[in-house]
Design a protein around this ligand. Structure first.
Ligand code: AGP
Length: 605
């Protein structure tokens, strides 16, 4: 989490730093700050809250300087406050930091003995003082490497100096960092997204790399202070996705564009003429796959659970799913015949990256289902399956979830065909059927008016329970996650059959329960579970795709999504739940695109 920007230029940098920080707010938004080098040395300004607060400060008291760093924070060590906001500066050095320094307390004790006075509760200030100390005896690159060798944990750093007034230094271990090349200026950024409006030429730092930039050159060094060469990449020019268009927020735009993103993704994977799925150079022969392990966090993990049901229906391959933060610390028997699949929108999630890294160290085959194809996870996996959803700005993941499920579903069909576990005619039928999905999503989106009415009825609830069976179960989890992260209402998703094993005790008069019951082989069972909660006073919203066989008596709301191929139910059931979370949050006046305490890209453990 946290966003870093650095610019070395021939002109004043503060306004460009602020503009880039606005793009980085998805990484953290509890405080922000900037430091530039002017004639008097380091000029630091910081504040709590959004970047617009920093902008107001700079409007009243502008910062000059042709070199500077900026930061948006997602608090780890120390509460969100002005004093804990980055940059953290000494007389000589100013530092912005993303990540966690695990041995900061020990380092702090040593530095205090040397007379350094700490102002903040952060782990970052130790970096500022270590660099200040080493600069007394070493040249710039050596002083940075000496400092890095003392740090345990993960970090990306941006650093400026009073003495080296034209220079910005970047360093990376565990947290992503990129360099961008401009005309008369060069940039440092937490990711390419922050740099994209300024340049499409970038280089990613690897762990242990240091970069040194000024307005006309960029140099890279390794941990032995040796100069190294790095590849310059040209980024694709995506459509202008920073524009909300007529939408009030990115989330509603992203929900409403799901039929388009699904269409784009299908076009990328389906060969129309051959009625086949394009998947070349897959890292493992489908016939030889012994087991598939699907790993992700949050919403991405929910797409893994949905995929488990599809793979199990379509293939004979055993499937395992896990959240990355658990997977990375398990004692796992890795097997070269297994395929390890990592699902991530951002491609920068620290736990998912660490889980992937563990697989790489065990020499097993890996593949990623990713939105940001230039990301660290995409670059480390053997094979990348992009979801083609375009940048997702809203912190609550919507179109990426649908995209992740879609790509995993396409992968399941393809693997099933390659293993001859599905007949050719069924395979072709599935491909033809897929083309109907964008239209089905458009039709489902029309439920928004009804959802607004339901949201009014649910808005004052203290808690909500979501129930589903089979592939509707992960959608229950996802619906609950969306509601809690957006509207701060306590919500839980359960397999409907689990209710009797404890959660049924929560049901009381008027408690909202959302029951997902498409017409599938679980339908009758789920409806019985629904009756059990109704009998205990629950206020039920039934989301289904059939009007038959349901006694509507005592069901508060019934929402019918279009009838479809049973494999599409998870996609269509998701949409009303996204809209419900959105409208409940709106009614409560919550910040839709930036819910409290969260960040879009979770780059700390
Ligand atoms: C979803 O709405 C979340 N904000 C969150 O759970 C997210 O899906 C998770 O942090 C994983 O992110 P990733 O897809 O970028 O790896």
């Amino acid at each position: 989490m946290c966003g870093i920007i650095g610019i070395a230029s021939t002109k004043s940098v503060s306004s460009n730093i602020v503009e880039s920080l606005k793009k980085l707010e998805y990484r953290g938004y509890d405080s922000s700050g900037i430091a530039t080098i002017d004639d008097n040395g380091i000029n630091e300004k910081k504040c709590t809250g959004r970047v617009e607060n920093l902008e107001k400060i700079l409007f009243k008291t502008p910062s000059n300087g042709k070199v500077g760093v900026g930061h948006v924070r997602w608090a780890t060590h120390g509460a969100p406050s002005k004093v804990n906001a980055h940059p953290h500066s000494s007389e000589q050095v100013s530092v912005v930091h993303n990540g966690i320094i695990e041995n900061s307390s020990l380092l702090k004790e040593d530095l205090e003995k040397k007379g350094y006075k700490f102002k903040s509760q952060t782990d970052t200030e130790v970096i500022t003082f270590l660099i200040t100390e080493f600069l007394k005896d070493f040249d710039l690159v050596k002083a940075i490497n000496k400092t890095l060798s003392k740090l345990k944990g993960s970090f990306a750093l941006g650093i400026i100096f009073k003495k080296y007034a034209d220079t910005v230094i970047g360093a990376r271990k565990g947290s992503p960092l990129a360099v961008g090349y401009g005309h008369g200026e060069n940039y440092l950024g937490s990711d390419s997204y922050a740099l994209k409006s300024m340049t499409n030429k970038i280089t990613y730092l690897d762990d242990g790399d240091i970069c040194l930039l000024n307005n006309n050159k960029v140099e890279f060094y390794n941990s032995n202070n040796k100069k190294i060469n790095k590849e310059v990449l040209t980024l694709s020019n995506d459509e202008n996705t920073e524009d909300k268009g007529d939408y009030k927020d990115f989330m509603s735009k992203e929900i409403n564009e799901q039929s388009i993103t699904v269409k784009t993704c299908i076009k990328e994977y389906i060969d129309e003429t051959r009625k086949d799925i394009n998947l070349y150079n897959f890292p493992i022969k489908p016939n030889e796959i012994k087991k598939i392990v699907l790993v992700g966090c949050g919403t991405a993990y929910h797409s893994c659970i949905a995929a488990k049901y599809w793979f199990e229906e379509l293939t004979t391959i055993p499937i395992e799913t896990d959240v990355a933060s658990e997977f990375r610390y398990r004692t796992i028997q890795f097997d070269k015949k297994n395929l390890y699949v990592f699902v991530s929108q951002s491609g920068e999630t620290a736990d998912t990256f660490a889980a992937l890294d563990l697989c790489k160290k065990n020499n097993v085959k890996t593949c990623s289902v990713i939105n940001v194809v230039e990301s660290s996870i995409a670059r480390l996996t053997d094979f990348v399956l992009p979801i083609h959803a375009g940048p997702e700005i809203g912190v609550a993941s919507t179109k990426a979830f649908i995209g992740q499920m879609l790509v995993l579903y396409i992968l399941a069909i393809k693997i099933s065909d390659s293993r001859s576990e599905i007949s050719k005619s069924d395979y072709t039928k599935k491909i033809i059927e897929l083309k109907k999905l964008p239209d089905l999503i458009s039709k489902t989106l029309k439920c928004e008016d009804k959802i607004q009415v339901i949201a009014k009825d649910f808005v004052n609830s203290k808690g909500v329970i979501f129930l589903g069976r089979g592939s509707s179960f992960p959608i229950a989890l996802e619906g609950a996650l969306k509601l809690k992260e957006l509207s701060y209402v306590h919500a839980e998703g359960y397999p409907a059959g689990e209710m009797k094993h404890g959660p049924l005790a929560l049901i009381e008069e008027g408690l909202p329960v959302i029951v997902l019951a498409p017409s599938d082989r679980y339908f009758v069972k789920t409806i019985s579970n629904m009756q059990e909660v109704i009998a205990r006073g629950a206020k039920v919203l039934l989301v289904t795709n059939t009007n038959n066989d349901v006694n509507s008596e005592n069901i508060r709301f019934i929402l019918t999504v279009p009838k479809s191929d049973p494999f599409f139910s998870p996609f269509l059931l998701t949409i009303p739940l996204q809209l419900l979370a959105y409208h409940v949050a709106k009614l409560k006046g919550c910040d839709i695109d930036k819910p409290r305490n969260l960040a879009k890209s979770v780059t700390v453990e």
